[in-house]
Design a binder for this molecule. Structure first.
Ligand code: SF4
Length: 333
């Protein structure tokens, strides 16, 4: 049954929860320099485009990545995507043309966009998420953001605010009557913001994970409002990322790969002492039951376990992220 609070969840968040949202990083450039910016040094200020973790250059690259995960929507992020408006239009048009108008697209920006900045996005972007500067939160109604919110709404966008939990966040309560949603992200420690965190005496909530202690307490005064969602760092890793990997694994697994609930695939790998063809015959493998990769012969892990004494060579059960992603574990046999 639908939770009452679900009625207010941003449509883009629903898809994110299912792992069905592709993350399109349009540029690492941004005209702000927030001390808490979560971007890694490899992304911050760098003018490159990534779809999830894959660097893309063309619309075709993007569509391929969207297909691999059966994406139902896309979050356009950065940096500030509005510093590259033509790029945003080009990629969003490719997504909408390929997957149809129901492919839900949300766009993040640190700016208070003008009507002229928003107009080219009509019909391409469904939802706009604003991130006003921290220094403005206490005087938000005297900034340009209420005007941007009204204009976005008049143009038909779903409109909300998305910010990390920081002291003083209750100042944003003044915006709640104007927006469709307020998304608060748990403040996260990152390689590029570590000095800023230390300077402010902030610490990790737990030794494992990136969440900063006290985040939820700062956000608490706003959490009673039905338009507010609080997104924890653990949720992003354990639900959004895992669900996305599960989708990719389902789409890319070979017949003999076993897909796990964690979004990884497991298979057996044999580096035979003799010829690969001889090992295939000794194990009784038919076409489709194995693949020959650079690392050796790959097959169902249980077939390798069963046939381990019939072939000589280095044998292991391999668990890795899907689509030839990172190896998580290798268990020698
Ligand atoms: S506006 Fe966003 S991308 Fe730009 S510096 Fe701030 S947190 Fe980073």
């Amino acid at each position: 049954m639908e939770d009452a609070r679900d009625r207010y969840i941003a449509p883009g968040c629903r898809l994110c929860r299912e792992g069905a949202k592709l993350v399109l990083f349009v540029t690492g450039r941004c005209d702000r320099d927030c001390w808490y910016c979560p971007l890694s040094s490899g992304r911050k200020g760098v003018d490159r485009v990534f779809a999830n973790d894959r660097e893309v250059e063309t619309e075709e690259d993007l569509i391929e990545e969207a297909r691999v995960m059966s994406a139902l929507g896309t979050g356009v992020t950065g940096g500030d995507p509005l510093l590259e408006p033509d790029r945003v239009v080009r990629f969003c048009r490719a997504l909408k043309t390929t997957f149809g108008p129901d492919h839900q697209i949300h766009l993040y920006t640190g700016r208070a966009p003008t009507r002229d900045e928003l107009l080219p996005l009509v019909g391409l972007v469904d939802e706009v998420r604003l991130h006003p500067p921290h220094a403005d939160w206490g005087r938000i109604l005297r900034t340009d953001y209420p005007r941007a919110i009204r204009e976005a709404r008049a143009l038909g966008f779903a409109i909300g605010v998305e910010v990390p939990a920081l002291p003083g966040i209750q100042g944003l309560a003044a915006l709640l009557p104007l927006v469709d949603f307020l998304n608060i992200n748990e403040l996260e420690w990152g390689e590029a913001n570590a000095d800023g965190m230390r300077e402010r005496g902030l610490e990790l909530a737990r030794p494992t994970g990136n969440a900063i202690a006290g985040s939820r307490d700062w956000a608490r005064p706003l959490l009673g409002d039905p338009r507010t969602r609080y997104c924890t760092s653990a949720f992003k890793d354990s639900v959004q990322l895992r669900e996305r990997l599960v989708r990719v694994a389902r789409n890319t697994a070979r017949p003999f790969d076993e897909c796990t609930g964690d979004g990884t695939v497991v298979y057996g790998r044999l580096r035979p002492d003799g010829a690969v063809g001889e090992a295939v015959a000794a194990l009784g493998l038919e076409e489709g039951e194995y693949a020959i990769e650079e690392g050796g012969l790959e097959l169902a892990w249980w077939r390798l376990v069963e046939g381990r004494d019939t072939v000589a060579g280095e044998k292991a059960v391999v668990e890795r992220y899907p689509n030839r992603g990172m190896i998580v574990e290798e268990t020698p046999l």
